[in-house]
Design a protein around this ligand. Structure first.
Ligand SMILES: [Zn+2]
Length: 393
């Protein structure tokens, strides 16, 4: 059984023990007519139909209802979505539950449907619940509804829903809406509908004034219209709002600056941002822009100094690529700096690994300290074999 589930069930068992203690202290009548409570074995078992049915029938007060909701949730999290749906539908069919409990159960049911891919059913419930003012139901319902629309690529629905329920959208939810508007702007841009693209960018900025992506899309629009100055203005605005988006804009930013013949402007702006976010391709671009003016060696010196402050394999490989492309070699002092960088990178590399459990270390050991197996240590070579796990490659 999943260890997280096991742990949560143990917690529930403790909670029931506590609830029982409180009950026995409160009322003797409840001792004469005890409700059914699941044993620890039942809680840790496989949630048989009989057990679930008993739980459904015995859920009368806050503690047992809370337990019922947790069990329903655990069914869903275990992947038994259809049983969770059945469980929550049976709870909803009861006539003795308060409206607030019914709302909780409906939210769980909506989540079950969402996990089962029954999005239409989930959507109907979530729309109904999202108007509730109760924080514990209205907010998660709204968040799940936005997630559901995001999964379906229903960007317009997110924007429309926001327009109808503006006060309920705050924080991350507002950000989701501005990104939905950006998605619509990109769709419009790709189909050549520039008026709509502009309209959706403005919408995104109205929802979130700090939406860097909306500025980036406006930059893309100018870029496609062969308006490099306007593209630069928008791209720089986007980077000012979120320096990390330089990674998405670097190539077009370089082309736009080159189009207006402003290498110096490009260098100044890259220098402001690239070292701060340590984006290696931008640092390499700085060398390429700086080299014709300040000299190749001076540009590489500056690059190595930055790499020395924040060493990375990626940065080192990029440096070697830069030298190879320009048919250059490191000077003696640069070589010493490069050696120092490599040495510090190597200090973090393991020398040996356990062929049984994968434990890595710098010392050879006859017995693995992690899995306690004997003679499983081998010299560490590389992680090349695991590179296929990277989807970007
Ligand atoms: Zn081991």
């Amino acid at each position: 059984m999943d260890s997280v589930l096991l742990f949560s069930l143990l917690l529930i068992a403790v909670a029931i023990g506590w609830a029982l203690g409180v009950r026995s202290g409160k009322s003797k009548a409840s001792l004469r007519k005890p409700d059914w409570f699941p044993s620890q074995e039942e809680l840790l078992g496989n949630h048989s139909e009989g057990f679930v049915q008993k739980l459904l029938e015995s859920s009368r007060d806050a503690e047992t209802l809370d337990l019922a909701l947790r069990i329903g949730r655990s069914l869903r999290e275990k992947g038994e979505t259809h049983r969770a749906i059945q469980f929550h539908q049976n709870l909803l069919a009861r006539t003795d539950l308060s409206q607030s409990v019914l709302n909780d159960v409906e939210l769980e049911l909506a989540l079950d449907y969402f996990h089962a891919g029954l999005n239409d059913r989930s959507e109907n419930i979530l729309i109904k619940l999202s108007v509730l003012s109760a924080e514990a139901v209205g907010k998660p319902a709204l968040e799940t509804l936005v997630r559901l629309y995001e999964e379906e690529g229903e960007w317009q629905k997110i924007v429309d829903f926001h327009d109808g329920r503006r006060p309920a959208f705050e924080g991350n939810l507002r950000r989701s809406v501005s990104h939905a508007a950006c998605e619509l702007a990109i769709e419009a841009l790709d189909s050549g509908n520039y008026l709509d693209a502009r309209k959706f960018c403005r919408k995104a900025l109205k929802i979130d004034g700090r939406c860097a992506r909306a500025q980036a899309v406006q930059g893309d629009m100018a870029f496609r219209h062969q308006e490099p100055r306007e593209a630069i203005r928008c791209y720089l605005k986007a980077i000012e709002l979120d320096p990390n988006c330089l990674a998405a804009l670097l190539d077009r930013l370089i082309v736009a600056f080159r189009a207006v013949g402003d290498d110096r402007g490009l260098y100044i702006h890259l220098k402001d941002v690239a070292p701060e976010i340590n984006y290696i391709p931008a640092l390499v671009s700085m060398v390429e822009v700086q080299a014709p003016h300040a000299g190749f060696d001076a540009a590489v010196d500056a690059y190595l100094e930055r790499l020395s402050n924040r060493p990375s394999h990626y940065g080192f490989v990029a440096c070697m690529g830069l030298l190879a492309r320009n048919n250059r070699q490191l000077s003696e002092s640069q070589l010493r700096t490069a050696y120092d960088i490599l040495r510090r990178l190597d200090a973090k590399e393991p020398r040996f690994f356990c062929s049984h459990c994968g434990f890595e270390g710098r010392q050879f050991r006859w017995r693995c300290p992690s899995c306690n197996n004997w003679s499983t240590f081998k010299p560490f070579t590389s992680r090349t074999s695991s590179l296929s796990n990277f989807k970007d490659l």
